[in-house]
Design a protein. Structure first.
Length: 478
């Protein structure tokens, strides 16, 4: 039933990953029940899930969040009772009588205060480290998915495919459902975890049945000292994986020389454990070395990047199941995902697409490239997270007919593309202005695309709220 991966070694955690700052926070984790008092740093969704977990375990904890008020934290914790509540600047006194620190993904581990506490020998954990002690590894298969772009699409489609094939499966993590908020995890067959680079910064005892990296491009440069640090945090998942799956088209990954990996590529690879794309009679197929041939011509996920995402899903599924015969039917019935090249409406022949999840340059480029031969009117902007925005230049020059920029880094985006003479670049104050002006400029057959290339910080609570605003404004045009 399983793909043959004999000879695939499980690497030591620090094998061949070099030295980087994240390594300062790698540690052997004690049993969670041995800690007397845990401080949770960061009270977003993940922080709240950790608090609820510790409360259910009757483990003492305190909470800290830089931005939320103490009253706000108390209100949102519901029945989970903390010993102490802290807000504002992080102070060393908050760590008095603390024997463990639980870190939320949004917390920058480069903080001098956190480094100082770590040097005192206090262990750092996160939700993934806690999960690794809770899950029944003899019974449940664990899939870890990371990469810069495509993670949510892949995890959502994996869950859908496994469920349709008769497995009890659940996707969680960076996808939106906190890992510790899953119910009855040990009744599942398969758990699919979407993992950000932040979640991989803290050590855990989890061994993944499959660990996959979809791609690595520049993102979160406001959180890392170098691109190499960011890439290595992603790579660390492979060192904890029985089966490694990688995209060998990726410029970073292909230079790592990962051995014994299952690979996927736009090209057909003449090697074992390899997936590729084959064009035949105006149809597109995913093929492998074991005579797999799956038609993906009629799926609802558009763009070449989504062909790679679907290929990654098939590669993972085939590790566990070679008998299910309706993969094509399941893929064809899978709907487009909200905020990911989501077709919103067609008005006067102009088609609106919402790709609010395109929060970095590479994902925005992938979105633009999905509409080859079309006039694209691009709405972009937000918090650029210290990315190199000039990487957009060639794609915008070749494919975009107008740019409508919003958010705090709109001027940076404009400057990155300022030498493109054929298009007008406009900076606007609101999403509504951007949508209305793009609609005025576009004609029948054109595409209006929200692909921000930036995070939503400063204008919206998150990319979901941004996408919802875009869709609401578009609906008002009808």
């Amino acid at each position: 039933m399983e793909r043959n991966t004999s000879g695939c070694k499980v690497l030591d955690y620090n094998d061949d990953v070099g030295s980087y700052w994240v390594g300062e926070f790698k540690n052997s984790m004690m049993n969670i029940n041995e800690f007397q008092h845990i401080l949770i740093v960061g009270m977003g969704k993940t922080g709240h899930s950790i608090a609820q977990y510790l409360s259910n375990k009757n483990i003492n904890f305190s909470v800290y969040d830089k931005d939320q008020s103490i009253q706000g934290i108390r209100r949102t914790l519901n029945d989970a009772r903390a010993i102490n509540y802290f807000s504002g600047p992080l102070e060393e006194e908050y760590f008095l009588n603390i024997d463990c620190v639980a870190i939320s993904p949004g917390i920058d581990l480069r903080s001098p205060k956190l480094k100082s506490i770590r040097k005192k020998g206090i262990p750092f954990i996160n939700d993934l480290a806690i999960f690794s002690q809770e899950v029944d590894r003899k019974k449940i298969k664990i899939i870890g998915v990371t990469g810069t772009n495509g993670k949510t699409t892949v995890c959502t489609l994996l869950e859908h495919l496994f469920l349709k094939a008769g497995y009890k499966a659940k996707a969680a993590g960076n996808i939106g459902l906190p890992i510790l908020s899953m119910n009855n995890i040990n009744e599942l067959d398969i758990i699919i975890l979407e993992l950000s680079s932040f979640q991989l910064e803290i050590s855990n005892q989890l061994i993944f049945d499959v660990g996959m990296i979809l791609n690595i491009t520049e993102d979160h440069m406001d959180r890392y000292d170098s691109f190499n640090d960011y890439a290595l945090s992603k790579r660390s998942i492979l060192n904890q994986s029985k089966n490694k799956i990688i995209n060998i088209d990726d410029e970073v990954i292909k230079n790592w020389n990962i051995q014994d990996a299952i690979v996927f590529s736009e090209l057909i690879q003449n090697k074992k454990n390899a997936y590729g794309i084959k064009k035949e009679n105006k149809k597109t197929y995913i093929v492998d070395d074991l005579n797999t041939k799956i038609n993906i011509s009629d799926i609802n996920l558009i763009g070449k990047h989504n062909q790679l995402n679907v290929m990654a899903v098939i590669a993972v599924f085939k590790v566990f199941d070679h008998k299910f015969i309706d993969i094509e039917g399941v893929l064809k019935g899978f709907p487009a995902i909200n905020n990911r090249l989501e077709r919103v409406a067609e008005i006067n022949g102009i088609i609106f697409y919402n790709d609010s999840k395109a929060t970095n340059v590479a994902s925005a480029i992938a979105a633009i490239n999905s509409f080859e031969g079309k006039n694209i009117f691009l709405i972009a902007g937000g918090d650029s997270k210290s990315q190199d925005l000039t990487l957009l230049y060639d794609c915008v020059k070749s494919s975009v007919s107008g740019m409508y920029l919003i958010g705090k880094d709109a001027l940076l985006l404009k400057n990155a593309c300022r030498n493109i003479k054929k298009i007008e670049i406009k900076i606007l104050g609101t999403m509504k202005e951007a949508v209305q002006l793009a609609f005025n400029d576009a004609n029948s057959g054109d595409i209006i695309l929200l692909a921000p290339a930036c995070a939503s910080y400063g204008m919206y609570k998150n990319y979901i709220e941004r996408g919802d605003d875009f869709k609401s404004i578009v609906s008002s045009l009808v």
